[in-house]
Design a binder for this molecule. Structure first.
Ligand SMILES: C[S@@+](CC[C@H](N)C(=O)[O-])C[C@H]1O[C@@H](n2cnc3c(N)ncnc32)[C@H](O)[C@@H]1O
Length: 220
């Protein structure tokens, strides 16, 4: 079995190739639209982790919500910056190439909301913990986190090479989350749960109907 480091390097190459070939922007994700309808008030200053091709970042910007959006994939970030110049936005996004391994170097001034979609299952647990510690240290009281991720109930977990009980390698690395474990980590760090669901039918894409969790929490 390959070392995790090598697997993650291979996955970074996968994302580079993916975004180089998919510069076409999709509509915002159902999760982003749902968040906008329910949990992103006008005063939200968003830090989006793992923005990819910016499909959700631009939806937030179109609603005049300030966004710092970062991703380890420089190709995707460069494309987002270029795309932004073609738009007449009132609020400009701050797109940054950043690996979560260096998250503590990010000075996210005025941020009160941390958003990630399909990102927590794309990274190892050590980086998930880093994100939770960062949010706990840097977000103000009343600040929010909104996450959507694949869970251990997702049928895709049955595919690929098993790297551990919950980690799989197909064309790229995935780690399927146990929502109970994740919710406990948030509670221990003092986050109050505003919403939680685990279900299919929330992130249907083509023939794919993954089992995902959506969670919204507020800092105490
Ligand atoms: C499944 S994609 C989700 C993209 C976007 N949020 C969406 O919903 O379309 C996962 C993203 O996480 C990014 N990513 C993975 N590991 C990362 C890391 N260690 N640091 C920063 N970004 C990372 C990838 O480059 C990729 O854009």
């Amino acid at each position: 079995m390959k070392e995790l480091k090598e697997t993650l390097q291979q996955t970074a190459q996968f994302w580079k190739g993916f975004y180089a070939a998919h510069s076409l922007r999709h509509t915002p994700s159902p999760f982003a639209q749902w968040c906008l309808e329910n949990y992103l008030p006008e005063n939200s200053h968003i830090l989006e982790l793992g923005c990819g091709n910016g499909r959700d970042s631009f939806a937030f910007l179109h609603r005049n919500l300030p966004v710092i959006a970062c991703d380890a994939c420089g190709v995707a970030i460069a494309d987002n910056l270029q795309h932004q110049t073609s738009l007449n936005l009132n609020v400009k996004g701050n797109f940054l190439t950043l690996n979560f391994a260096e998250l503590e170097t990010l000075e996210a001034k005025n941020i009160n909301t941390l958003y990630s979609r399909f990102v927590l299952h794309a990274i190892p647990e050590s980086l998930e913990d880093k994100i939770l510690d960062y949010a706990t240290a840097r977000l103000p009281s009343g600040g929010r986190m909104l996450h959507e991720f694949r869970t251990i109930r997702d049928p895709l977990m049955q595919q690929g090479e098993a790297l551990s009980e919950t980690e799989r390698l197909t064309t790229h690395y995935r780690r399927f989350l146990n929502p109970d474990v994740f919710r406990k980590k948030l509670a221990v760090r003092g986050w109050k749960e505003l919403f939680f669901v685990e279900s299919d039918e929330l992130a249907v894409f083509g023939n794919e109907n993954p089992v995902v969790a959506r969670i919204v929490v507020e800092k105490g």
